[in-house]
Design a protein around this ligand. Sequence first.
Ligand SMILES: NC(=O)c1ccc[n+]([C@@H]2O[C@H](COP(=O)([O-])OP(=O)(O)OC[C@H]3O[C@@H](n4cnc5c(N)ncnc54)[C@H](OP(=O)(O)O)[C@@H]3O)[C@@H](O)[C@H]2O)c1
Length: 385
Amino acid sequence: MKGLSVLGSTGSIGTQTLEVARANPELFRIDALAAHSNIDLLEQQVREFKPRLAVVGDEGRYLELKSRVGHLTRISAGIDGMVEAAVLKDADVVVTAIVGIAGLIPTYNAIKSKKDIALANKETLVTAGRLIMAAAKENGVQILPVDSEHSAIFQSIGENSRKSIARLILTASGGPFRSKSMEELEDVTLQDALNHPNWKMGRKITVDSATLMNKGLEVIEAKWLFDMAPEQITVCVHPQSIIHSAVEFIDGSVIAQLGLADMKLPIQYALTYPERKAMAGKKLDLFEIGTLDFYKPDLEKFKCLRLAFEALNIGDSACVVLNGANEAAVGLFLEGRIGFLDIGNIIEKVLQKHKASVPSTLEDIVALDLWSRQQVIELFETGCR
Ligand SMILES: NC(=O)c1ccc[n+]([C@@H]2O[C@H](COP(=O)([O-])OP(=O)(O)OC[C@H]3O[C@@H](n4cnc5c(N)ncnc54)[C@H](OP(=O)(O)O)[C@@H]3O)[C@@H](O)[C@H]2O)c1
């Protein structure tokens, strides 16, 4: 039986991880649960899964959570609590399902404590891929991808060697605005952006999917996970989201992984790897699907994807800035304070201001992240978008 520490247990990936655990009680034990502020759901999860530790990120909610379930489990709070959950002695695997760079420090600490990682929090690799992959190697830790595209690539690579890979083909649904014109994009609303055609996810990643920044972040994530050069990563728009990604080998063979759009599949695979376990639910029926379509992404219309490739080519610091500016700009968009196209325009301006470097510590990365967020606020306050 594997002990799991689920960071971000109340979110889309967190709750689906718990569904997988619920369906396989003989395989998984929940040792720690951690959320930011949704203590209503966290309380329910504690009552059902009886973890040894429950953490609320928002320290202002500590006493309330303690009064509700403090008699059932140990309660902790804040970033120290997140790290406590990440390094918990009994846990074998840490599921990093926190959204944003907030996942970085707990994930790094989990790796230092030799915990295997089921990685959903792509922002960790986007901002600190170099440090994280080095720490994983040094500590003999496996980083198992939960992102469906990276899980597909991981499965497609199988036992093949790194040098047999020619390129990775990352598929993208294209999001809700795939067929909209640039003029139409000027008028799209938050509600439109949150209406993803194929996947039900948290709000930040749903907006990232509409701008295609999510695909850009995934390109950077793939670079670090699979040790690829930027020019070895191709993005292919595939609206049906059936082919979750593919690998082209040096002999021209392409191996892909297919399935329905259900995150429980890559979550369960990351948790049971190297084994596969049966999973209930609808299975892929190719006759029902009929046709699969593929397009080149429009990098003019979806500026965020172009910016992600540019950041990757500039280097590590640009990826931190891209991510921080994106988180801040998406935050403003979610609050209804800027328009959809402003997101890419703001990120572009912040990237232009930054001076390239290779941050060598987590502190450098956190400082750069903060700098990029401050630039976004400044641009917003001066009406410069
Ligand atoms: N959803 C998907 O299908 C999917 C697919 C691939 C990859 N991912 C990646 O998985 C991660 C999570 O995505 P999601 O869609 O599950 O997001 P989500 O639904 O918004 O859930 C985010 C989780 O993180 C917690 N959280 C938020 N801010 C935090 C902070 N500052 N400190 C600690 N915890 C915090 C939230 O707690 P509260 O609920 O208390 O706010 C919640 O449990 C992202 O990196 C995303 O890119 C998601």
